[in-house]
Design a protein around this ligand. Sequence first.
Ligand code: SIN
Length: 291
Amino acid sequence: MSDDRRNSQIAATPLGYALGARIDGVDIRTRPDAATVAAIEALWHEHHLIVFRGQRVEPNGILNFASAFGPLDDHASTPAYRHPEIPELLQVTNREQNGKPSETRNTGRNWHSDYSYTSRPAGGSMLYCDTRPPVGGDTMFANMARAYETLSPKLRSIVDDLEAVYDISLTAGIGDRDPAKTAEVKRLNPPIAHPAVRTHAKSGRRALYVSERVSYFAGMTVRESRPLIDFLCQHATQPENVYRHQWQEGDLVCWDNRTTMHMALADFDQSEPRHMLRATLIGEPSGYVIS
Ligand code: SIN
């Protein structure tokens, strides 16, 4: 089939007011060509989050599809969370690992953007739902470009000048994980400062880059920073700025970490399996380590 024919079949249906669209006309088992990647990326930039439904793929199939969009992270910042055979896939799972509770059974329980505690924060993330609980296990996403644009001009000019210090210790639930593995993850990821507002390298959109994993703003005290961090997170996560995804098995949800943040909800029976696999596109280098 010609590129034009193939791409004319790709259609987006909005899922939420603030962000999110379902994409039809793509079979993720086929590696997309350059024109298809460009067509999908344009929709991804427009909607910030896109969903491919009803796809059933093996782990290598996710890798094959995701890697068409750019270099994938090997998740070396969080070695304990990787797929045992495919380092480019992160497991977000409550399945036991080697007879022990999974280190990622409570991943993503507060608002964050992926790998913001590293100097290579994620560009896009692509999360595949292999197994979901009968009820719940939803994920919420907030549009951080809209959050920025809906601040007053005065506050925008203030946050434009701030650097947010990210601390992996503020990852919700990290204290419940294996102490040795957590110590290693903390050693690999010391606190790092990023601009509190970032410009998307491809779309040019400016977006707030502040989440619940920010401990303070560089040059300000924790006490001074806290109310502003709290305000910005509350502002960004107002219901009208959020899309809540109710997973179906075979969903591939792709979000842009440069213009969104997300939170995985513990709104399900934890004895029910939830097994997800994530490919992470490497983003632009950013930030500096706080010594
Ligand atoms: C993540 O934060 O990347 C995982 C989100 C989820 O499990 O829904």
